[in-house]
Write a protein that binds this ligand. Structure first.
Ligand SMILES: Nc1ncnc2c1ncn2[C@@H]1O[C@H](COP(=O)(O)OP(=O)(O)OP(=O)(O)O)[C@@H](O)[C@H]1O
Ligand SMILES: [Mg+2]
Length: 360
Protein backbone atom coordinates (compact mmCIF):
# COMPACT_ATOMS: atom_id res chain seq x y z
CA UNK A 1 0.00 0.00 0.00
CA UNK A 2 0.98 3.61 -0.48
CA UNK A 3 -0.62 6.65 1.14
CA UNK A 4 0.27 10.26 1.69
CA UNK A 5 -0.64 11.49 5.16
CA UNK A 6 0.82 14.97 5.22
CA UNK A 7 2.41 17.58 3.01
CA UNK A 8 3.92 20.97 3.82
CA UNK A 9 4.62 23.56 1.15
CA UNK A 10 6.96 26.49 1.68
CA UNK A 11 7.16 29.13 -1.04
CA UNK A 12 5.97 26.62 -3.63
CA UNK A 13 4.03 28.44 -6.37
CA UNK A 14 1.10 30.32 -4.75
CA UNK A 15 1.70 28.75 -1.31
CA UNK A 16 3.73 30.66 1.28
CA UNK A 17 3.59 28.19 4.08
CA UNK A 18 0.78 25.64 4.21
CA UNK A 19 0.35 22.17 5.63
CA UNK A 20 -2.30 19.62 4.75
CA UNK A 21 -3.12 16.41 6.56
CA UNK A 22 -4.87 13.59 4.77
CA UNK A 23 -6.75 11.16 6.93
CA UNK A 24 -8.64 9.34 4.22
CA UNK A 25 -8.06 7.24 1.13
CA UNK A 26 -10.27 9.40 -1.08
CA UNK A 27 -9.63 13.11 -0.85
CA UNK A 28 -11.49 15.93 -2.55
CA UNK A 29 -9.75 19.28 -2.90
CA UNK A 30 -12.06 22.15 -3.65
CA UNK A 31 -11.66 25.86 -4.17
CA UNK A 32 -12.33 28.56 -6.73
CA UNK A 33 -10.27 29.07 -9.87
CA UNK A 34 -6.71 30.07 -9.09
CA UNK A 35 -6.83 28.95 -5.46
CA UNK A 36 -4.06 26.39 -5.84
CA UNK A 37 -5.79 23.04 -6.42
CA UNK A 38 -3.60 22.07 -9.33
CA UNK A 39 -0.52 23.40 -7.54
CA UNK A 40 -1.23 21.20 -4.54
CA UNK A 41 -1.50 18.11 -6.76
CA UNK A 42 1.72 19.17 -8.45
CA UNK A 43 3.47 19.44 -5.08
CA UNK A 44 2.46 15.84 -4.36
CA UNK A 45 3.67 14.79 -7.81
CA UNK A 46 6.92 16.65 -7.22
CA UNK A 47 7.66 14.68 -4.05
CA UNK A 48 7.29 11.45 -6.03
CA UNK A 49 9.11 12.44 -9.25
CA UNK A 50 11.46 15.21 -8.06
CA UNK A 51 9.96 17.45 -10.70
CA UNK A 52 6.77 19.21 -11.66
CA UNK A 53 4.23 17.49 -13.88
CA UNK A 54 3.63 20.74 -15.72
CA UNK A 55 6.93 22.50 -16.19
CA UNK A 56 10.53 21.47 -16.69
CA UNK A 57 11.67 24.95 -15.61
CA UNK A 58 12.14 24.51 -11.89
CA UNK A 59 12.29 28.27 -11.27
CA UNK A 60 8.60 28.50 -12.14
CA UNK A 61 7.77 26.43 -9.07
CA UNK A 62 9.27 29.00 -6.73
CA UNK A 63 6.78 31.47 -5.36
CA UNK A 64 7.24 34.68 -7.39
CA UNK A 65 9.88 37.00 -5.96
CA UNK A 66 11.46 34.38 -3.71
CA UNK A 67 14.73 32.46 -3.84
CA UNK A 68 13.67 28.86 -3.41
CA UNK A 69 11.05 26.44 -2.12
CA UNK A 70 10.75 23.48 0.20
CA UNK A 71 8.36 20.55 0.15
CA UNK A 72 8.00 18.02 2.92
CA UNK A 73 5.76 14.99 2.60
CA UNK A 74 5.02 12.02 4.78
CA UNK A 75 4.06 8.80 3.03
CA UNK A 76 3.19 5.38 4.42
CA UNK A 77 4.06 2.24 2.51
CA UNK A 78 4.63 -1.42 3.36
CA UNK A 79 8.08 -0.64 4.77
CA UNK A 80 6.77 2.05 7.12
CA UNK A 81 6.89 5.85 7.11
CA UNK A 82 8.74 7.59 4.30
CA UNK A 83 9.53 11.24 4.83
CA UNK A 84 10.48 13.07 1.66
CA UNK A 85 12.03 16.53 1.78
CA UNK A 86 12.76 18.43 -1.37
CA UNK A 87 14.64 21.71 -1.32
CA UNK A 88 15.27 24.12 -4.13
CA UNK A 89 17.62 26.93 -3.07
CA UNK A 90 17.39 28.71 -6.38
CA UNK A 91 20.55 27.01 -7.61
CA UNK A 92 20.67 24.46 -10.41
CA UNK A 93 21.12 21.57 -8.00
CA UNK A 94 18.12 20.68 -5.91
CA UNK A 95 18.32 18.55 -2.79
CA UNK A 96 16.25 15.52 -1.94
CA UNK A 97 16.13 13.62 1.33
CA UNK A 98 14.45 10.36 2.23
CA UNK A 99 14.03 9.91 5.98
CA UNK A 100 16.68 12.60 6.53
CA UNK A 101 19.23 10.86 4.28
CA UNK A 102 20.26 12.86 1.19
CA UNK A 103 20.05 11.18 -2.20
CA UNK A 104 23.22 11.32 -4.26
CA UNK A 105 21.23 10.86 -7.42
CA UNK A 106 17.66 12.13 -7.72
CA UNK A 107 16.92 9.33 -10.19
CA UNK A 108 17.23 6.80 -7.35
CA UNK A 109 13.98 8.13 -5.93
CA UNK A 110 11.89 7.42 -9.04
CA UNK A 111 9.61 4.44 -8.61
CA UNK A 112 9.57 4.41 -4.81
CA UNK A 113 6.31 6.36 -4.69
CA UNK A 114 4.51 5.60 -7.96
CA UNK A 115 1.89 8.13 -8.97
CA UNK A 116 -0.43 8.71 -11.89
CA UNK A 117 -1.68 12.20 -12.74
CA UNK A 118 -4.59 13.01 -15.02
CA UNK A 119 -4.74 16.70 -15.87
CA UNK A 120 -6.84 18.71 -18.36
CA UNK A 121 -4.03 19.46 -20.82
CA UNK A 122 -3.14 15.78 -21.06
CA UNK A 123 -5.40 15.58 -24.09
CA UNK A 124 -2.22 16.74 -25.89
CA UNK A 125 -0.97 13.17 -25.51
CA UNK A 126 -3.54 12.27 -28.14
CA UNK A 127 -3.71 15.38 -30.29
CA UNK A 128 -0.15 16.68 -29.98
CA UNK A 129 3.27 15.60 -31.19
CA UNK A 130 4.98 12.31 -30.48
CA UNK A 131 6.98 13.67 -27.53
CA UNK A 132 4.00 13.46 -25.18
CA UNK A 133 3.38 9.84 -26.11
CA UNK A 134 7.01 8.87 -25.55
CA UNK A 135 6.89 10.68 -22.23
CA UNK A 136 3.84 8.64 -21.23
CA UNK A 137 5.64 5.36 -21.95
CA UNK A 138 8.89 6.52 -20.38
CA UNK A 139 7.19 7.75 -17.20
CA UNK A 140 5.70 4.30 -16.70
CA UNK A 141 8.84 2.35 -17.54
CA UNK A 142 11.06 4.58 -15.39
CA UNK A 143 8.88 3.91 -12.37
CA UNK A 144 9.03 0.19 -12.96
CA UNK A 145 12.70 -0.23 -13.75
CA UNK A 146 15.54 2.00 -12.57
CA UNK A 147 17.79 0.48 -15.20
CA UNK A 148 15.46 1.80 -17.91
CA UNK A 149 15.78 5.30 -16.50
CA UNK A 150 19.59 4.98 -16.44
CA UNK A 151 19.78 3.76 -20.03
CA UNK A 152 17.38 6.43 -21.22
CA UNK A 153 19.44 9.13 -19.54
CA UNK A 154 22.63 7.83 -21.14
CA UNK A 155 20.95 7.66 -24.53
CA UNK A 156 19.68 11.23 -24.23
CA UNK A 157 23.03 12.54 -23.07
CA UNK A 158 24.98 10.93 -25.93
CA UNK A 159 22.30 12.06 -28.38
CA UNK A 160 22.79 15.66 -27.24
CA UNK A 161 26.55 15.28 -27.77
CA UNK A 162 26.00 13.82 -31.20
CA UNK A 163 23.68 16.65 -32.20
CA UNK A 164 26.03 19.36 -31.01
CA UNK A 165 28.85 17.63 -32.84
CA UNK A 166 26.79 17.62 -36.04
CA UNK A 167 26.31 21.38 -35.61
CA UNK A 168 30.03 21.93 -35.10
CA UNK A 169 30.83 19.88 -38.20
CA UNK A 170 28.40 21.95 -40.24
CA UNK A 171 29.94 25.20 -39.00
CA UNK A 172 33.45 24.03 -39.73
CA UNK A 173 32.36 22.27 -42.94
CA UNK A 174 34.48 19.37 -41.83
CA UNK A 175 33.20 16.06 -40.52
CA UNK A 176 35.18 13.86 -38.16
CA UNK A 177 33.75 10.47 -39.11
CA UNK A 178 35.79 8.61 -36.49
CA UNK A 179 34.38 10.71 -33.67
CA UNK A 180 30.87 10.20 -34.99
CA UNK A 181 31.50 6.47 -35.13
CA UNK A 182 32.46 6.45 -31.44
CA UNK A 183 29.26 8.23 -30.46
CA UNK A 184 27.18 5.91 -32.64
CA UNK A 185 28.67 2.95 -30.83
CA UNK A 186 27.86 4.58 -27.49
CA UNK A 187 24.27 5.16 -28.60
CA UNK A 188 23.67 1.62 -29.79
CA UNK A 189 23.65 -0.14 -26.40
CA UNK A 190 21.25 2.15 -24.51
CA UNK A 191 19.22 2.89 -27.65
CA UNK A 192 18.52 -0.78 -28.33
CA UNK A 193 17.78 -1.37 -24.66
CA UNK A 194 15.21 1.44 -24.57
CA UNK A 195 13.61 0.21 -27.79
CA UNK A 196 13.36 -3.42 -26.61
CA UNK A 197 11.74 -2.39 -23.35
CA UNK A 198 9.24 -0.14 -25.07
CA UNK A 199 8.37 -2.88 -27.53
CA UNK A 200 7.74 -5.47 -24.81
CA UNK A 201 5.84 -2.91 -22.78
CA UNK A 202 3.57 -1.93 -25.69
CA UNK A 203 2.53 -5.51 -26.22
CA UNK A 204 1.22 -5.56 -22.66
CA UNK A 205 -0.07 -2.00 -22.53
CA UNK A 206 -2.11 -1.90 -25.76
CA UNK A 207 -4.70 -4.58 -24.90
CA UNK A 208 -5.24 -2.97 -21.50
CA UNK A 209 -5.89 0.41 -23.10
CA UNK A 210 -8.31 -1.12 -25.59
CA UNK A 211 -10.14 -2.83 -22.79
CA UNK A 212 -10.50 0.32 -20.71
CA UNK A 213 -11.62 2.27 -23.76
CA UNK A 214 -14.41 -0.23 -24.28
CA UNK A 215 -15.49 0.06 -20.67
CA UNK A 216 -15.47 3.85 -20.65
CA UNK A 217 -17.08 4.41 -24.02
CA UNK A 218 -19.53 1.52 -23.59
CA UNK A 219 -19.74 0.79 -27.31
CA UNK A 220 -18.08 -1.20 -30.08
CA UNK A 221 -15.73 1.39 -31.49
CA UNK A 222 -12.59 -0.28 -32.64
CA UNK A 223 -9.46 1.42 -31.37
CA UNK A 224 -6.17 0.19 -32.69
CA UNK A 225 -2.89 1.21 -31.17
CA UNK A 226 0.50 0.46 -32.62
CA UNK A 227 3.98 1.14 -31.42
CA UNK A 228 5.94 2.77 -34.22
CA UNK A 229 9.68 2.66 -34.40
CA UNK A 230 12.17 2.36 -37.23
CA UNK A 231 13.97 -0.04 -34.94
CA UNK A 232 11.25 -2.57 -35.63
CA UNK A 233 12.81 -2.97 -39.09
CA UNK A 234 16.43 -1.91 -38.65
CA UNK A 235 19.20 -2.12 -36.12
CA UNK A 236 20.03 1.25 -34.56
CA UNK A 237 23.67 0.94 -35.68
CA UNK A 238 22.55 0.59 -39.30
CA UNK A 239 20.05 3.43 -39.06
CA UNK A 240 22.63 5.83 -37.69
CA UNK A 241 25.10 4.78 -40.31
CA UNK A 242 22.66 5.02 -43.18
CA UNK A 243 21.43 8.47 -42.11
CA UNK A 244 24.79 10.07 -41.53
CA UNK A 245 24.78 12.24 -44.60
CA UNK A 246 21.27 13.44 -43.93
CA UNK A 247 22.03 14.01 -40.24
CA UNK A 248 25.03 16.12 -41.19
CA UNK A 249 22.97 18.14 -43.59
CA UNK A 250 20.11 18.72 -41.11
CA UNK A 251 22.51 19.03 -38.15
CA UNK A 252 20.65 16.60 -35.94
CA UNK A 253 20.07 12.89 -35.51
CA UNK A 254 17.03 11.89 -37.54
CA UNK A 255 16.47 8.29 -36.57
CA UNK A 256 16.47 6.42 -33.29
CA UNK A 257 14.22 5.70 -30.32
CA UNK A 258 13.88 9.46 -29.70
CA UNK A 259 11.53 9.37 -32.72
CA UNK A 260 9.36 6.46 -31.57
CA UNK A 261 5.61 6.98 -31.37
CA UNK A 262 2.31 5.40 -30.50
CA UNK A 263 -0.20 5.54 -33.32
CA UNK A 264 -3.93 5.50 -32.56
CA UNK A 265 -6.65 4.52 -35.01
CA UNK A 266 -10.42 4.64 -34.70
CA UNK A 267 -12.39 2.40 -37.03
CA UNK A 268 -9.46 2.33 -39.44
CA UNK A 269 -8.80 6.09 -39.53
CA UNK A 270 -6.17 8.14 -37.70
CA UNK A 271 -7.68 8.85 -34.28
CA UNK A 272 -6.25 12.36 -34.10
CA UNK A 273 -8.06 13.58 -37.16
CA UNK A 274 -11.47 11.97 -36.78
CA UNK A 275 -12.21 11.39 -33.09
CA UNK A 276 -14.75 13.56 -31.29
CA UNK A 277 -13.81 15.36 -28.09
CA UNK A 278 -15.57 12.74 -25.99
CA UNK A 279 -13.75 9.95 -27.80
CA UNK A 280 -10.41 11.68 -27.21
CA UNK A 281 -11.17 12.02 -23.52
CA UNK A 282 -12.18 8.40 -23.33
CA UNK A 283 -8.92 7.35 -24.95
CA UNK A 284 -6.94 9.59 -22.62
CA UNK A 285 -8.59 8.02 -19.59
CA UNK A 286 -8.07 4.56 -21.02
CA UNK A 287 -4.35 5.29 -21.42
CA UNK A 288 -4.05 6.60 -17.89
CA UNK A 289 -6.03 3.80 -16.29
CA UNK A 290 -3.91 1.27 -18.17
CA UNK A 291 -0.87 3.07 -16.76
CA UNK A 292 -2.38 2.77 -13.29
CA UNK A 293 -3.17 -0.90 -13.77
CA UNK A 294 0.26 -1.87 -15.07
CA UNK A 295 2.05 -0.06 -12.26
CA UNK A 296 -0.26 -1.66 -9.74
CA UNK A 297 0.32 -5.17 -11.04
CA UNK A 298 4.11 -4.80 -11.30
CA UNK A 299 4.58 -3.07 -7.96
CA UNK A 300 2.08 -5.15 -6.06
CA UNK A 301 0.30 -2.07 -4.70
CA UNK A 302 -1.75 0.74 -6.21
CA UNK A 303 -0.08 4.02 -7.15
CA UNK A 304 -1.42 7.34 -5.90
CA UNK A 305 -3.93 8.79 -8.34
CA UNK A 306 -4.09 12.54 -8.90
CA UNK A 307 -7.21 13.63 -10.79
CA UNK A 308 -7.19 17.29 -11.72
CA UNK A 309 -10.48 18.80 -12.86
CA UNK A 310 -11.90 15.57 -14.24
CA UNK A 311 -15.48 16.61 -13.44
CA UNK A 312 -15.21 19.30 -16.10
CA UNK A 313 -14.09 16.77 -18.63
CA UNK A 314 -16.50 13.87 -18.50
CA UNK A 315 -20.25 13.47 -18.68
CA UNK A 316 -22.09 12.20 -15.62
CA UNK A 317 -22.24 8.50 -16.44
CA UNK A 318 -18.60 8.32 -17.54
CA UNK A 319 -17.64 10.20 -14.42
CA UNK A 320 -19.58 7.74 -12.31
CA UNK A 321 -17.92 4.76 -14.00
CA UNK A 322 -14.51 6.27 -13.51
CA UNK A 323 -15.00 7.20 -9.87
CA UNK A 324 -16.52 3.86 -9.10
CA UNK A 325 -13.52 2.16 -10.60
CA UNK A 326 -10.93 4.29 -8.81
CA UNK A 327 -12.68 4.57 -5.47
CA UNK A 328 -14.42 1.24 -5.05
CA UNK A 329 -12.52 -1.27 -7.15
CA UNK A 330 -9.09 -0.12 -6.07
CA UNK A 331 -7.36 0.27 -2.76
CA UNK A 332 -5.18 3.16 -3.85
CA UNK A 333 -5.29 6.71 -2.55
CA UNK A 334 -7.07 9.19 -4.81
CA UNK A 335 -6.95 12.99 -4.87
CA UNK A 336 -9.68 14.75 -6.85
CA UNK A 337 -9.92 18.50 -7.40
CA UNK A 338 -13.06 20.41 -8.19
CA UNK A 339 -14.38 23.95 -8.01
CA UNK A 340 -17.68 22.72 -6.51
CA UNK A 341 -17.68 21.29 -3.03
CA UNK A 342 -21.27 20.04 -3.39
CA UNK A 343 -20.38 18.07 -6.49
CA UNK A 344 -17.56 16.31 -4.65
CA UNK A 345 -19.75 15.61 -1.63
CA UNK A 346 -22.52 14.29 -3.83
CA UNK A 347 -20.10 12.03 -5.72
CA UNK A 348 -18.72 10.60 -2.47
CA UNK A 349 -22.21 9.96 -1.12
CA UNK A 350 -23.28 8.21 -4.31
CA UNK A 351 -20.21 6.02 -4.22
CA UNK A 352 -20.60 5.36 -0.54
CA UNK A 353 -17.04 6.39 0.25
CA UNK A 354 -16.01 8.31 3.34
CA UNK A 355 -14.02 10.92 1.49
CA UNK A 356 -12.25 13.80 3.14
CA UNK A 357 -12.86 17.25 1.69
CA UNK A 358 -10.25 19.97 1.88
CA UNK A 359 -11.27 23.52 1.12
CA UNK A 360 -8.68 25.95 -0.14
N1 LIG B 1 5.56 30.55 -9.03
C1 LIG B 1 4.40 31.08 -8.59
N2 LIG B 1 4.39 31.99 -7.59
C2 LIG B 1 3.23 32.51 -7.14
N3 LIG B 1 2.03 32.20 -7.62
C3 LIG B 1 1.99 31.31 -8.62
C4 LIG B 1 3.15 30.70 -9.15
N4 LIG B 1 2.79 29.86 -10.14
C5 LIG B 1 1.46 29.94 -10.20
N5 LIG B 1 0.97 30.80 -9.30
C6 LIG B 1 -0.42 31.17 -9.07
O1 LIG B 1 -1.13 30.05 -8.63
C7 LIG B 1 -2.49 30.23 -9.02
C8 LIG B 1 -2.98 29.02 -9.79
O2 LIG B 1 -3.07 27.98 -8.99
P1 LIG B 1 -3.70 26.64 -9.55
O3 LIG B 1 -3.38 26.46 -10.98
O4 LIG B 1 -3.27 25.60 -8.61
O5 LIG B 1 -5.23 27.01 -9.39
P2 LIG B 1 -6.47 26.04 -9.43
O6 LIG B 1 -7.09 26.08 -8.07
O7 LIG B 1 -6.08 24.75 -9.98
O8 LIG B 1 -7.41 26.84 -10.43
P3 LIG B 1 -8.39 26.30 -11.59
O9 LIG B 1 -9.66 25.94 -10.91
O10 LIG B 1 -8.54 27.48 -12.46
O11 LIG B 1 -7.72 25.16 -12.26
C9 LIG B 1 -2.56 31.39 -9.96
O12 LIG B 1 -3.13 32.47 -9.27
C10 LIG B 1 -1.13 31.61 -10.33
O13 LIG B 1 -0.88 32.93 -10.60
MG1 LIG C 1 -6.44 23.79 -11.75
Amino acid sequence: MLQLSKISLTLFKNYNFNSFEFSSRVIGICGLNGKGKTNLLDAIYYCCFTKSYFTSTDQLNISFGNEGFRLEALFQNDSGSQKVVCINRGTAKKELFLNEVPYEKLSKHIGLLPTVMIAPDDIEIITGGSEGRRKLIDTILCQLDSNYLQQLMIYNRVLLQRNSLLKQFAEKTNTDEALLQILDEQLAGPGNFVFERRKTFSAEFVPLVQNFYKQIAENDELVRISYESKLLQHRLEDLLNKNRERDGYLQRTNAGPHKDDLFFELNGQPFKSIASQGQRKSLLFALKLAEYEIIKSKKGFAPILLLDDVFEKLDESRMKNLLHWVCNENEGQVFITDTHKERLQFAFEQLNVAGQIIEL
